[in-house]
Design a protein. Structure first.
Length: 403
Protein backbone atom coordinates (compact mmCIF):
# COMPACT_ATOMS: atom_id res chain seq x y z
CA UNK A 1 0.00 0.00 0.00
CA UNK A 2 1.06 3.56 -0.59
CA UNK A 3 1.58 5.87 2.37
CA UNK A 4 -1.72 7.62 1.60
CA UNK A 5 -3.46 4.22 1.73
CA UNK A 6 -1.77 3.56 5.07
CA UNK A 7 -3.23 6.81 6.40
CA UNK A 8 -6.71 5.91 5.16
CA UNK A 9 -6.46 2.43 6.69
CA UNK A 10 -5.57 3.95 10.05
CA UNK A 11 -2.15 2.33 10.21
CA UNK A 12 -0.42 5.65 10.95
CA UNK A 13 -1.08 7.10 14.40
CA UNK A 14 -0.11 10.56 15.66
CA UNK A 15 0.82 11.09 19.31
CA UNK A 16 -0.48 14.67 19.29
CA UNK A 17 -2.88 16.95 17.43
CA UNK A 18 -1.82 18.51 14.13
CA UNK A 19 -2.59 21.87 15.77
CA UNK A 20 -0.06 21.26 18.53
CA UNK A 21 3.51 20.76 17.34
CA UNK A 22 6.27 22.02 19.65
CA UNK A 23 8.76 20.67 17.12
CA UNK A 24 7.72 23.10 14.37
CA UNK A 25 5.95 20.98 11.75
CA UNK A 26 7.23 17.64 13.09
CA UNK A 27 4.73 15.18 14.53
CA UNK A 28 5.88 12.01 16.35
CA UNK A 29 3.77 8.93 15.81
CA UNK A 30 3.81 5.24 14.87
CA UNK A 31 3.34 3.27 11.67
CA UNK A 32 2.33 -0.33 12.31
CA UNK A 33 4.11 -0.16 15.66
CA UNK A 34 7.24 1.47 14.22
CA UNK A 35 8.32 4.85 15.62
CA UNK A 36 8.09 7.56 12.95
CA UNK A 37 8.04 11.33 12.59
CA UNK A 38 5.61 13.03 10.23
CA UNK A 39 6.77 16.32 8.73
CA UNK A 40 4.81 18.99 6.98
CA UNK A 41 5.57 22.53 5.74
CA UNK A 42 4.50 25.36 7.99
CA UNK A 43 1.12 26.98 7.41
CA UNK A 44 2.85 30.20 6.29
CA UNK A 45 4.92 28.34 3.72
CA UNK A 46 1.89 26.55 2.33
CA UNK A 47 -0.06 29.82 2.16
CA UNK A 48 2.80 31.60 0.37
CA UNK A 49 3.19 28.76 -2.10
CA UNK A 50 -0.55 28.41 -2.73
CA UNK A 51 -0.98 32.15 -3.30
CA UNK A 52 1.87 32.14 -5.80
CA UNK A 53 0.72 29.20 -7.92
CA UNK A 54 -2.91 30.34 -7.90
CA UNK A 55 -1.99 33.89 -8.88
CA UNK A 56 0.02 32.48 -11.80
CA UNK A 57 -2.35 29.72 -12.89
CA UNK A 58 -2.74 31.20 -16.35
CA UNK A 59 -0.61 33.75 -18.17
CA UNK A 60 -3.24 36.34 -17.28
CA UNK A 61 -3.26 35.29 -13.63
CA UNK A 62 -6.13 33.53 -11.91
CA UNK A 63 -6.63 33.14 -8.18
CA UNK A 64 -10.41 32.78 -7.75
CA UNK A 65 -11.79 29.27 -7.24
CA UNK A 66 -8.27 27.90 -7.45
CA UNK A 67 -7.64 24.17 -7.59
CA UNK A 68 -4.08 24.09 -6.24
CA UNK A 69 -3.18 20.71 -7.75
CA UNK A 70 -4.41 21.82 -11.15
CA UNK A 71 -2.69 25.18 -10.79
CA UNK A 72 0.63 23.45 -10.07
CA UNK A 73 0.38 21.11 -13.05
CA UNK A 74 -0.97 23.64 -15.54
CA UNK A 75 0.31 26.95 -14.20
CA UNK A 76 3.63 28.74 -14.11
CA UNK A 77 5.63 25.82 -12.68
CA UNK A 78 4.84 23.71 -15.74
CA UNK A 79 5.75 26.55 -18.13
CA UNK A 80 9.18 27.35 -16.68
CA UNK A 81 12.28 26.71 -18.72
CA UNK A 82 13.92 23.39 -17.90
CA UNK A 83 17.26 25.08 -17.22
CA UNK A 84 15.87 27.46 -14.60
CA UNK A 85 17.44 27.39 -11.14
CA UNK A 86 14.82 27.26 -8.37
CA UNK A 87 16.72 29.90 -6.40
CA UNK A 88 15.09 33.06 -7.77
CA UNK A 89 11.69 31.40 -7.71
CA UNK A 90 12.20 30.47 -4.06
CA UNK A 91 13.03 34.07 -3.20
CA UNK A 92 9.93 35.33 -4.98
CA UNK A 93 7.61 32.95 -3.15
CA UNK A 94 9.02 33.01 0.37
CA UNK A 95 10.62 36.45 0.66
CA UNK A 96 7.62 37.83 2.56
CA UNK A 97 7.96 35.39 5.46
CA UNK A 98 8.76 36.90 8.83
CA UNK A 99 11.98 34.92 9.33
CA UNK A 100 14.40 35.66 6.47
CA UNK A 101 16.40 32.51 7.20
CA UNK A 102 13.32 30.45 6.30
CA UNK A 103 13.75 31.22 2.60
CA UNK A 104 17.10 29.44 2.53
CA UNK A 105 16.44 26.07 0.93
CA UNK A 106 18.71 23.22 -0.23
CA UNK A 107 18.78 24.91 -3.65
CA UNK A 108 20.10 28.24 -2.35
CA UNK A 109 23.61 27.50 -3.55
CA UNK A 110 22.63 25.03 -6.26
CA UNK A 111 24.03 25.43 -9.73
CA UNK A 112 22.89 23.95 -13.01
CA UNK A 113 24.87 20.76 -12.40
CA UNK A 114 22.88 19.95 -9.26
CA UNK A 115 19.51 20.77 -10.81
CA UNK A 116 20.33 18.74 -13.92
CA UNK A 117 21.29 15.79 -11.73
CA UNK A 118 18.00 15.96 -9.82
CA UNK A 119 16.05 16.22 -13.09
CA UNK A 120 17.78 13.13 -14.42
CA UNK A 121 16.92 11.26 -11.21
CA UNK A 122 13.27 12.09 -11.86
CA UNK A 123 13.70 11.10 -15.55
CA UNK A 124 12.62 14.52 -16.76
CA UNK A 125 15.27 14.71 -19.50
CA UNK A 126 13.78 11.66 -21.19
CA UNK A 127 10.18 12.85 -21.31
CA UNK A 128 8.33 14.72 -24.02
CA UNK A 129 5.83 17.51 -23.40
CA UNK A 130 3.26 17.64 -21.87
CA UNK A 131 4.57 14.89 -19.57
CA UNK A 132 7.85 16.76 -19.17
CA UNK A 133 6.15 20.00 -18.13
CA UNK A 134 3.99 18.21 -15.54
CA UNK A 135 7.03 16.36 -14.15
CA UNK A 136 8.90 19.64 -13.98
CA UNK A 137 6.02 21.24 -12.08
CA UNK A 138 5.98 18.38 -9.61
CA UNK A 139 9.75 18.54 -9.07
CA UNK A 140 9.80 22.32 -8.60
CA UNK A 141 6.92 22.04 -6.16
CA UNK A 142 8.91 19.47 -4.17
CA UNK A 143 12.13 21.52 -4.15
CA UNK A 144 10.30 24.67 -3.12
CA UNK A 145 7.98 23.32 -0.45
CA UNK A 146 9.14 19.92 0.82
CA UNK A 147 12.62 19.16 -0.60
CA UNK A 148 13.41 16.16 1.62
CA UNK A 149 12.45 13.41 -0.92
CA UNK A 150 14.58 14.98 -3.67
CA UNK A 151 17.49 15.67 -1.33
CA UNK A 152 17.47 12.13 0.10
CA UNK A 153 17.42 10.61 -3.39
CA UNK A 154 20.30 12.89 -4.40
CA UNK A 155 22.36 11.95 -1.31
CA UNK A 156 21.75 8.23 -1.81
CA UNK A 157 23.24 8.45 -5.31
CA UNK A 158 25.94 11.09 -4.87
CA UNK A 159 27.00 11.09 -1.19
CA UNK A 160 26.09 7.76 0.48
CA UNK A 161 28.70 8.31 3.21
CA UNK A 162 26.32 10.92 4.65
CA UNK A 163 23.41 8.49 5.05
CA UNK A 164 24.36 7.23 8.57
CA UNK A 165 23.88 10.80 9.80
CA UNK A 166 20.36 11.09 8.33
CA UNK A 167 17.00 9.56 9.29
CA UNK A 168 15.63 6.89 7.01
CA UNK A 169 13.08 8.30 4.55
CA UNK A 170 9.97 6.09 4.48
CA UNK A 171 7.62 7.87 2.09
CA UNK A 172 5.27 10.78 1.45
CA UNK A 173 1.59 11.50 1.03
CA UNK A 174 1.02 14.90 -0.55
CA UNK A 175 3.18 17.33 1.39
CA UNK A 176 3.38 15.08 4.46
CA UNK A 177 6.70 13.22 4.72
CA UNK A 178 7.42 10.27 7.01
CA UNK A 179 10.86 9.38 8.36
CA UNK A 180 12.01 6.81 10.85
CA UNK A 181 12.29 7.97 14.45
CA UNK A 182 15.42 6.88 16.26
CA UNK A 183 17.43 8.16 19.16
CA UNK A 184 17.05 10.72 21.92
CA UNK A 185 17.33 14.52 21.57
CA UNK A 186 20.91 15.73 21.83
CA UNK A 187 19.87 18.26 24.47
CA UNK A 188 19.06 15.35 26.82
CA UNK A 189 22.78 14.57 27.06
CA UNK A 190 23.90 17.93 28.45
CA UNK A 191 23.77 16.62 32.08
CA UNK A 192 25.63 13.43 31.07
CA UNK A 193 29.19 12.46 31.99
CA UNK A 194 32.27 14.26 30.69
CA UNK A 195 33.19 11.08 28.77
CA UNK A 196 29.84 11.00 26.94
CA UNK A 197 30.01 14.69 26.12
CA UNK A 198 33.51 14.31 24.68
CA UNK A 199 32.27 11.47 22.45
CA UNK A 200 29.35 13.56 21.23
CA UNK A 201 31.59 16.55 20.56
CA UNK A 202 33.80 14.38 18.37
CA UNK A 203 30.67 13.14 16.60
CA UNK A 204 29.67 16.72 15.80
CA UNK A 205 33.09 17.57 14.36
CA UNK A 206 33.13 14.31 12.39
CA UNK A 207 29.69 15.15 10.99
CA UNK A 208 30.96 18.51 9.71
CA UNK A 209 33.92 16.80 8.05
CA UNK A 210 31.57 14.32 6.37
CA UNK A 211 29.34 17.13 5.11
CA UNK A 212 32.31 18.76 3.39
CA UNK A 213 33.99 15.53 2.20
CA UNK A 214 30.82 13.65 1.24
CA UNK A 215 32.10 13.27 -2.32
CA UNK A 216 34.78 14.67 -4.60
CA UNK A 217 32.23 16.86 -6.38
CA UNK A 218 29.52 17.69 -3.83
CA UNK A 219 29.55 19.17 -0.35
CA UNK A 220 26.74 20.09 2.03
CA UNK A 221 26.30 23.11 4.26
CA UNK A 222 24.25 23.21 7.47
CA UNK A 223 23.40 26.66 8.81
CA UNK A 224 21.38 25.73 11.87
CA UNK A 225 23.38 23.94 14.58
CA UNK A 226 20.59 24.04 17.17
CA UNK A 227 20.16 21.21 19.65
CA UNK A 228 16.67 20.57 18.30
CA UNK A 229 18.12 19.43 14.95
CA UNK A 230 20.05 16.46 16.37
CA UNK A 231 19.37 13.16 18.07
CA UNK A 232 21.72 10.54 19.50
CA UNK A 233 21.19 6.96 18.31
CA UNK A 234 21.38 3.95 20.67
CA UNK A 235 24.93 3.22 19.45
CA UNK A 236 26.04 6.73 20.42
CA UNK A 237 26.24 8.13 16.92
CA UNK A 238 24.76 11.50 15.97
CA UNK A 239 21.91 12.00 13.53
CA UNK A 240 20.57 15.15 11.88
CA UNK A 241 16.78 15.25 12.14
CA UNK A 242 16.29 17.87 9.41
CA UNK A 243 18.14 16.87 6.18
CA UNK A 244 15.98 19.35 4.28
CA UNK A 245 18.01 22.13 5.94
CA UNK A 246 21.18 21.06 4.13
CA UNK A 247 22.38 23.26 1.28
CA UNK A 248 23.90 21.44 -1.69
CA UNK A 249 27.21 22.86 -2.91
CA UNK A 250 29.09 22.12 -6.11
CA UNK A 251 32.73 22.20 -4.97
CA UNK A 252 33.87 23.41 -8.36
CA UNK A 253 32.44 26.84 -7.61
CA UNK A 254 34.23 27.11 -4.28
CA UNK A 255 37.73 26.35 -5.52
CA UNK A 256 38.61 30.03 -5.84
CA UNK A 257 37.48 30.64 -2.26
CA UNK A 258 39.65 27.82 -0.96
CA UNK A 259 42.69 28.79 -3.01
CA UNK A 260 42.69 32.41 -1.89
CA UNK A 261 42.75 31.44 1.78
CA UNK A 262 46.42 30.42 1.64
CA UNK A 263 49.39 31.68 -0.30
CA UNK A 264 52.07 29.39 -1.79
CA UNK A 265 54.08 29.57 1.46
CA UNK A 266 51.03 28.24 3.38
CA UNK A 267 50.54 31.45 5.35
CA UNK A 268 46.91 32.48 5.65
CA UNK A 269 46.22 35.76 3.91
CA UNK A 270 42.50 36.21 4.49
CA UNK A 271 41.28 38.39 7.38
CA UNK A 272 39.55 36.84 10.42
CA UNK A 273 35.99 35.71 9.71
CA UNK A 274 33.71 36.70 12.57
CA UNK A 275 30.55 38.81 12.96
CA UNK A 276 30.67 40.87 9.75
CA UNK A 277 31.81 37.84 7.79
CA UNK A 278 28.91 35.78 9.17
CA UNK A 279 26.26 38.41 8.45
CA UNK A 280 27.62 38.96 4.93
CA UNK A 281 27.52 35.22 4.31
CA UNK A 282 23.88 34.92 5.42
CA UNK A 283 22.86 38.00 3.43
CA UNK A 284 24.41 36.53 0.31
CA UNK A 285 22.37 33.38 0.77
CA UNK A 286 19.15 35.28 1.45
CA UNK A 287 19.31 38.33 -0.76
CA UNK A 288 21.48 37.65 -3.78
CA UNK A 289 21.66 35.41 -6.80
CA UNK A 290 22.81 31.86 -6.08
CA UNK A 291 26.08 32.42 -7.93
CA UNK A 292 27.12 34.78 -5.13
CA UNK A 293 27.48 31.77 -2.85
CA UNK A 294 30.82 31.12 -4.52
CA UNK A 295 32.06 34.47 -3.19
CA UNK A 296 31.30 33.54 0.39
CA UNK A 297 33.55 32.27 3.13
CA UNK A 298 34.69 28.67 3.26
CA UNK A 299 31.47 26.80 4.23
CA UNK A 300 33.37 24.26 6.31
CA UNK A 301 34.86 26.89 8.62
CA UNK A 302 31.44 28.54 8.87
CA UNK A 303 30.07 25.23 10.21
CA UNK A 304 32.95 24.88 12.66
CA UNK A 305 32.21 28.39 13.91
CA UNK A 306 28.49 27.78 14.40
CA UNK A 307 28.89 24.30 15.91
CA UNK A 308 31.42 25.64 18.42
CA UNK A 309 29.14 28.55 19.20
CA UNK A 310 25.84 26.65 19.46
CA UNK A 311 26.78 23.15 20.64
CA UNK A 312 30.30 22.84 21.99
CA UNK A 313 31.59 25.89 23.80
CA UNK A 314 31.06 26.53 27.50
CA UNK A 315 31.67 30.21 26.72
CA UNK A 316 28.27 30.58 25.06
CA UNK A 317 26.69 32.79 27.70
CA UNK A 318 29.72 35.04 28.22
CA UNK A 319 31.45 37.40 25.80
CA UNK A 320 30.56 35.36 22.68
CA UNK A 321 26.87 36.22 23.02
CA UNK A 322 27.67 39.92 22.72
CA UNK A 323 29.38 39.29 19.40
CA UNK A 324 26.68 37.24 17.72
CA UNK A 325 23.45 38.56 19.24
CA UNK A 326 22.54 40.75 16.25
CA UNK A 327 22.41 37.76 13.88
CA UNK A 328 19.15 36.66 15.53
CA UNK A 329 20.50 33.13 15.80
CA UNK A 330 20.77 33.33 19.58
CA UNK A 331 18.29 31.94 22.08
CA UNK A 332 18.60 33.59 25.49
CA UNK A 333 17.51 30.33 27.11
CA UNK A 334 20.24 28.32 25.41
CA UNK A 335 21.47 25.65 27.85
CA UNK A 336 25.15 26.07 27.00
CA UNK A 337 27.65 23.86 25.24
CA UNK A 338 28.54 20.21 25.74
CA UNK A 339 32.12 20.95 26.77
CA UNK A 340 31.47 22.53 30.15
CA UNK A 341 33.13 21.65 33.47
CA UNK A 342 36.36 20.90 31.66
CA UNK A 343 38.87 19.13 33.98
CA UNK A 344 41.32 21.57 35.57
CA UNK A 345 44.38 20.12 33.86
CA UNK A 346 43.06 21.08 30.41
CA UNK A 347 40.51 23.84 31.12
CA UNK A 348 42.58 26.84 30.06
CA UNK A 349 43.83 25.26 26.84
CA UNK A 350 40.54 23.79 25.64
CA UNK A 351 38.50 26.87 26.56
CA UNK A 352 40.88 29.11 24.63
CA UNK A 353 40.71 26.83 21.60
CA UNK A 354 36.90 26.86 21.68
CA UNK A 355 36.90 30.64 21.90
CA UNK A 356 39.24 30.79 18.91
CA UNK A 357 36.79 28.65 16.95
CA UNK A 358 34.00 31.12 17.63
CA UNK A 359 35.98 34.34 17.36
CA UNK A 360 39.24 33.89 15.51
CA UNK A 361 41.94 36.43 16.24
CA UNK A 362 43.68 36.07 12.88
CA UNK A 363 42.91 34.49 9.55
CA UNK A 364 43.25 30.73 9.70
CA UNK A 365 43.41 30.41 13.48
CA UNK A 366 39.96 28.76 13.56
CA UNK A 367 41.13 25.89 11.36
CA UNK A 368 44.25 25.43 13.47
CA UNK A 369 42.18 25.47 16.67
CA UNK A 370 39.81 22.82 15.29
CA UNK A 371 42.72 20.53 14.43
CA UNK A 372 44.10 20.89 17.96
CA UNK A 373 40.67 20.34 19.56
CA UNK A 374 40.21 17.12 17.58
CA UNK A 375 43.61 15.81 18.67
CA UNK A 376 42.95 16.78 22.29
CA UNK A 377 39.50 15.17 22.40
CA UNK A 378 40.85 11.99 20.80
CA UNK A 379 43.59 11.83 23.44
CA UNK A 380 40.94 12.26 26.17
CA UNK A 381 38.84 9.52 24.58
CA UNK A 382 41.83 7.14 24.45
CA UNK A 383 42.44 7.87 28.13
CA UNK A 384 38.88 6.79 28.96
CA UNK A 385 39.30 3.63 26.85
CA UNK A 386 42.59 2.82 28.62
CA UNK A 387 41.03 3.24 32.07
CA UNK A 388 38.13 1.03 31.04
CA UNK A 389 40.49 -1.75 29.90
CA UNK A 390 42.42 -1.56 33.18
CA UNK A 391 39.16 -1.83 35.15
CA UNK A 392 38.05 -4.82 33.04
CA UNK A 393 41.40 -6.57 33.52
CA UNK A 394 41.26 -6.05 37.29
CA UNK A 395 37.76 -7.48 37.36
CA UNK A 396 38.85 -10.51 35.30
CA UNK A 397 41.84 -11.13 37.60
CA UNK A 398 39.72 -10.89 40.75
CA UNK A 399 37.20 -13.36 39.35
CA UNK A 400 39.96 -15.81 38.32
CA UNK A 401 41.66 -15.76 41.74
CA UNK A 402 40.46 -18.45 44.15
CA UNK A 403 38.44 -17.50 47.26
Amino acid sequence: MSLCDEFIAGNVTLFQSLDDSPLGGQYPGSWNGRGVVLRAPSEDQVDSFTSFVCANWTREGRSENCDVSEAIMEGILSRLDADLSPHELKQLIFSQEGNPLSIIRPTSCSYGSFFNKVKSQYHIHYLRSPHKSRKMASLLSTLLLDPLPAIMRFIEDEAPSLLPYLPKYLGACGHVIVVEEEGLPLINFIPDTWETRVDLSLEILSFIDTLWNASSKWAFLLLDFSYKNFVVLPDGHLQLTTPEKLLVIDKEYFQDVLKTEVNPDHFFVRPPCNKICLITFLNQLILTNHTECSLSTNPQQFMYMMASHMLLSDLYTTRSVRLFSETELIDEDHPGGLLYNIPDNMDGKLSQLLYECMIETQGGSRENAIKTIKRLLHIIKKGFDFKRKIAENKKRISVAQPG
